[in-house]
Write a new protein. Sequence first.
Length: 202
Amino acid sequence: MNNNSKSGVMEDTLELIIDSKSENESFARVAVAAFCTRLDPTLEEITDIKTAVSEAVTNCIVHGYEGGKGKIYINVNITGNTAEVIVKDYGVGIENIEKAMEPLYTTKPEQERSGMGFSFMEAFMDELEVSSARNKGTTVIMRKKIRIRKDEIKEMTFEELRERFKGIKANLIQKNYGLVHSGMFTLEELNQEMDIALWKSY
């Protein structure tokens, strides 16, 4: 685990290597979720992350290594208010990624797989990237932006706001910070401004 900060932006990294066993799926899900709690997510946000990680790890076990032996590599990178989760295996790979990402598509119908793994990852995370090569493995990259709670804003200093909102120009956040503390800018309006600035910055 690494923990450092550059330019006042929160940065932290978790690395996990687990055996490709079904009993390790729950451990991976809980470990990643616990690591992400430093972003102070809501219960819904942490549940989304756990569900997505569960699906990604299960894919490695069932499809990547086809129930056989292997290692699953999990990296979690926290930058600002974003959690990036990378799940990688060195299994059989995916022949057609586009087809594999279609809802209800499964290569293991005999195992009663739902074919919704990638659909769940897309639904519960903000971004999803999948790369794969036959007999070389698959890498899944997922990102989740954790929203700041409105009731936290009044208690946060300018530097804390900047740390939570990586990519926002200082003059915009300083303007909003001053207005909300003077009563000229509501918390709801500030939250909307922050959302717009966040999406423009990525």
